[in-house]
Design a protein around this ligand. Structure first.
Ligand SMILES: C[S@@+](CC[C@H](N)C(=O)[O-])C[C@H]1O[C@@H](n2cnc3c(N)ncnc32)[C@H](O)[C@@H]1O
Length: 845
């Protein structure tokens, strides 16, 4: 039986109580969760969230709270010169009162922040550039160029920063020549803002630096930065040259280049696509160590981190009100929630605070470690310090990153040790050549909650995924290399005290430019050799399934290598139970779990509803979802393997209005479901990316496992029969959707379908990216015009639009329909020590 979400929630602490329980960490008084909207409304406020005026008043303290006046007050009215909290308000009343934050940044909504971004404030930008120059750690990307020339002394090389992204090498060389600059070689890759120039001698370098000084592109000043010296360079080069002599496709020049480059494997661009809080923050795009890069809030007490995130989320939510107001068509009254937002300081709905993570350290059950070179040129397995496009390529060990478990760190260091004796080269992002790319450590836990300090004692299973690019390499050699690595992992795990769990070792072969591989990139399971003290389970015929297990709400989840699973399991449990509580579930509820992954949300709530329909595009995750239903004895779930935008229209029509040409409407869905499930008709299935969500077709290659298909089909036959046993489409009084999309938010078709299906009254939106939540909510909540504007054909301007601007634009062509209203929102911290958090918003109509 799943634990009652209500019970779980009643245990949940919101920010104030979190800060109180963390009193020992937080020398400063805790901050209120949400300022009450008006004096009367304080009566309705959670008592735990009331303002602690005495504590907050800096006049009562010798030094002010570190967050004192670092955020603009939402309640401040310029006309009155005050807010309801008067002079004790800890938020800044206007720009004059505003103080910089702990990381020296400004409230992002303030004029100062905007100016600093635009580069209008000369002094601030100059300061920042100075800082960047210090931390610039781009390595010698150009040694051994494409044409094989030697580049020589890194002391005679420079990075040029803030070059136009669209330039390639020819543009840079032309520019330098036009400036009369003599150089030995110049390299630049399209898309990056840095270029690399080397010189014959010190005089050439000196005059180039003088010539380039003061040059600018757009509003950015050109910066000449040092290439970090690389003491390891020669050693690595010679080791690799010796072992690589038989490698066919990697020529001598690229070997040299590999020796000279630190690889940027998890560039910000990639990270931004993750929904697991692993993205590097833009503000930390040039960190000095891995800790700063991946856990930039680690220096703050946890209570302050929560306050910081809650404030950011609230600022972001105000955008929803502003944009809905702007987008509200002429002649249509502003919706109540917009009118009432004035009493909430501009917030679109009540924000109920932030739920803290039950575990703050070592909580990540999945870590993706890049393979690259450290700032000293040592082959390293760890985190990239910044953005490849900005020329930051060094990788540093995950030392002192409090979100990473000791087990994950240990495996990173075993792999790093293995790479010191390189046989195949490390992936070179600049040239897109090389072999070793990334190590992912996924951990599984057995049931039972363990306190923060013993949390890691619960890790009982480990899956290692090593990403490589084996193109053009001898297969026997590659296999041999994997066996050696398996041996190294097994020996390292066994040598640890206590021995480390090691259940699965798979290799993912991927040729793409970034390390984010498609879910169908080839996977190969590598047997793990047995050692005397290993913790490997005994298996029949030594066949180990490539999956691990974890527990949420007393259910067991089986997870395959590429399936999404929230990285902080205990906090995810809180997230799902909050979503379930807000969804208003009951036996007569049909719950749509849109973007369901391995089925976590639907399955943990299945006992509270009549039926769950999960939609997910990753075929392995869908297979996991069915397996998870089976191992937990859950029978009222149906999972569809498809892009949500391709099936949501058919599904909603089918379940919301069965009388309307039922057979016809459901036929497309049924036939495509069979296709997924049995792997049949692969060749005839075509995906229509621009439909209205009413046709349904899977990407055939992603849904091709015949055995798993049968298993799914059996389940389906059982679960899709109605209670009276007649209809295959049971009907429910209450239909609710919980959506949990990836970072970029819901596809426009899904938004349109959800909005235009009036019987869908309630929607719970879970988001790992408040910005996309806001953009989607603009489309869902803006009132319809009297007459709909046809979408403009000319889309060129869209490229430069903000996500909110684009949403306003789309809202104009939304078919006339009843809008949703934001009812309440709450943040859930799944990612302590990072700026990220999850957000839940209830929308109703
Ligand atoms: C943030 S995860 C949430 C997964 C699941 N709800 C959970 O909590 O474990 C987003 C999921 O959406 C899936 N996804 C991404 N785009 C999709 C689309 N267009 N249609 C359906 N699923 C999609 C991803 O594969 C991923 O499993």
């Amino acid at each position: 039986m799943a634990a009652s979400p209500n019970n779980q929630l009643s245990e949940t602490k919101t920010l104030d109580s979190a800060a109180q329980t963390n009193g020992q960490d937080s020398p400063q008084p805790s901050c209120e969760s949400i300022p009450p909207s008006d004096p009367q409304s304080t009566a309705d406020t959670n008592p735990g969230e009331k303002r602690k005026r005495d504590d907050d008043d800096p006049t009562q303290n010798s030094s002010p709270h570190p967050l004192w006046k670092t955020t603009l007050c939402s309640y401040f009215r310029r006309q009155d010169g005050s807010c309801t909290h008067g002079s004790t308000c800890k938020y800044a009343h206007g720009e004059e009162e505003l103080r910089p934050r702990l990381d020296n940044s400004w409230d992002p909504t303030s004029e100062r922040a905007k100016k600093a971004m635009k580069g209008e404030n000369g002094e601030k930008v100059a300061e920042k550039e100075e800082e960047e120059q210090e931390v610039m750690m781009t390595e010698m990307v150009m040694d051994g160029g494409e044409d094989g020339e030697e580049c020589g002394d890194p002391q005679l090389s420079k990075c040029l920063v803030h070059l136009p992204r669209k330039w390639h090498g020819d543009n840079l060389r032309k520019f330098l020549s036009e400036q009369g600059i003599t150089f030995k070689s110049a390299k630049k890759k399209k898309g990056m803002v840095v270029g690399f120039v080397s010189f014959e001698n010190a005089e050439q370098l000196k005059s180039a630096v003088e010539e380039l000084e003061g040059k600018s592109f757009g509003n950015k000043n050109l910066k000449v930065a040092n290439v970090i010296p690389r003491p390891f360079e020669r050693k690595v080069k010679s080791a690799m040259a010796a072992t690589l002599s038989s490698q066919q496709t990697i020529d001598d020049a690229s070997i040299k280049e590999n020796a000279g480059v630190s690889i940027a494997s998890n560039e910000v661009q990639d990270g931004a696509t993750n929904c697991d809080g692993s993205a590097l923050d833009d503000s930390t795009s040039k960190a000095k160590c891995a800790r700063d890069a991946v856990t930039p809030l680690a220096h703050m007490p946890y209570g302050d981190q929560l306050e910081h995130k809650k404030n950011s989320v609230m600022q972001m939510l105000k955008k929803l009100t502003r944009n809905a107001r702007k987008a509200c068509p002429n002649g249509v009254s502003l919706p109540q929630w917009v009118l009432q937002s004035r009493e909430r300081g501009g917030l679109p709905c009540e924000v109920e605070g932030i739920i803290e993570s039950p575990v703050v350290n070592g909580y990540r059950n999945k870590c993706e470690f890049s393979v690259g070179y450290s700032q000293q040129g040592k082959p390293t397995v760890g985190f990239m310090l910044g953005n490849f496009r900005e020329g930051v390529t060094a990788v540093e060990e995950p030392v002192d990153c409090p979100n990473v478990s000791k087990i994950a760190c240990r495996y990173a260091s075993i792999f790093q040790e293995f790479l010191q004796h390189l046989s195949f080269p490390i992936w070179n992002r600049f040239k897109n050549t090389g072999f070793w790319r990334q190590l992912t450590v996924r951990e599984g836990r057995s049931a039972g909650k363990v306190a923060d300090e013993n949390f890691e004692a619960n890790i009982s299973e480990v899956m290692l995924i090593v990403q490589v690019c084996s193109v053009g390499l001898d297969e026997a050699q590659v296999t041999n290399e994997f066996e050696r690595l398996a041996q190294a992992f097994a020996a390292g795990a066994a040598a640890n005290s206590p021995p480390l769990p090691l259940n699965v070792f798979v290799v993912q072969d991927h040729q793409g430019i970034s390390n984010v591989a498609p879910t169908d990139a080839p996977l190969r399971s590598i047997p793990i050799p047995k050692t005397e003290s290993s913790l490997q389970p005994e298996t029949a015929n030594n066949i180990i399934e490539a999956r691990i297990h974890d527990c949420i709400s007393n259910l067991r989840f089986s997870i395959s290598p590429t399936a999404f699973f929230q990285v902080n399991t205990l906090a995810a449990e809180k997230l799902y139970s909050l979503a379930g509580e807000w969804a208003g579930l009951g036996p007569d509820t049909l719950l749509f779990d849109i973007c369901c992954g391995t089925g976590t949300i639907g399955l943990t709530l299945a006992h509270r509803v009549g039926m769950v329909i999960g939609i997910e595009m990753n075929a392995s995750a869908v297979q996991d979802a069915y397996k998870n239903a089976e191992i937990n004895g859950i029978k009222n779930c149906r999972f569809i393997c498809s892009k949500a935008e391709d099936v949501i229209g058919s599904l909603l029509k089918e379940y919301l209005n069965v009388s309307e040409k039922q057979g016809q409407l459901s036929s497309a869905l049924e036939s495509s479901e069979k296709r997924i499930l049995t792997g049949e008709e692969k060749d005839t299935c075509t995906t229509n990316a621009h439909n209205d969500g009413e046709s349904s077709c899977q990407e055939p290659e992603k849904c091709s496992s015949e055995n798993d298909g049968k298993e799914i089909q059996n389940q389906l036959q059982e679960s899709s029969t109605s209670k009276d046993g007649n209809s295959s489409v049971p009907q429910f009084k209450n239909v609710v959707a919980i959506v949990d999309p990836p970072r970029m938010g819901l596809h426009p078709t899904v938004i349109k379908v959800l909005r235009t299906h009036a019987p869908l009254r309630r929607l719970v939106y879970i988001s790992c990216n408040p910005e996309s939540l806001v953009a989607n909510a603009i489309e869902l909540c803006t009132p319809s015009p009297e007459k709909v504007e046809k979408g403009k054909k000319d889309n060129r301007g869209w490229r430069n639009m903000s996500s909110a601007g684009l949403a306003r634009h789309r809202a104009k062509s939304m078919p006339i329909s009843e809008p949703f209203q934001p009812v309440k929102a709450m943040a859930v911290d799944l990612f302590p020590h990072t700026p990220h958090c999850e957000m839940v918003m209830l929308l109703e109509r």
